[in-house]
Write a protein that binds this ligand. Sequence first.
Ligand code: CDP
Length: 244
Amino acid sequence: MSPIPVIGSVAGTAAAMSRKAVQVPVIAIDGPSASGKGTVAQLVAKALKFNYLDSGALYRIVAFAAQKAGISWQDEAALASLASALEISFDDGEIYLHNNKGGDDNVSEEVRSEALGKGASEVAVHQDVRRALLDMQLKFRREPGLVADGRDMGSVVFPDAQTKIFLTASSDVRAERRYKQLINKGNNVNLRAVLADIEARDARDMQRTSAPLVQVPDAKLLDTSGMSIDEAVAQVLQWFHQNK
Ligand code: CDP
């Protein structure tokens, strides 16, 4: 007869295996502003037919809804209760917010503005706001898998993600990319101001005490400074397939 410890360890292995089998795979992509992670994450999700979570959009919506309700981006308690009551949905790249008349407003354009990017980084420093958005983010983990894009996907929201990537680029390259995006949208901006804005946002995201932007030890570093989008997508897919 096998000694009990062996039986115990076999049973333990089986339990661990079945736990692994029911876990929906997650690719967590974190990184600083304008690194291109949104574009890369969406293309990876499309290639794998996975769900996609744009977690930055949730912080942007909190900043937007607060502005509409006359709540300051510094008022942690009011922001947290606002955040927990928000009903947000995503459909085909568009962002909808449920209104008090029973309908859904398409808020994509306002929410993706530069002003609300800054607002998002201000509301995101509050621990209670982050806590209020946690369950909403976990619900995106559905079959056949999830690509989650943000600042704390691999560190806080999905610490058991199979594949963790820290996607970045030099601040000059990121400023250049953001500048081109803004000019193409018809904005009148200058490169220096865009760079200063990116550096201020990096500092706020990295220095906050609650879920700061960090490269966790088990994340792979992907510096896209000299890389095309297609190359970055191919690298993420390769890492994901290696981890399977
Ligand atoms: O693409 P961009 O960096 O401009 O913006 P975003 O990804 O929509 O995120 C906007 C802001 O939300 C960031 O600067 C962060 O401060 C915050 N954020 C966060 O704290 N945690 C996340 N998981 C995602 C965004």
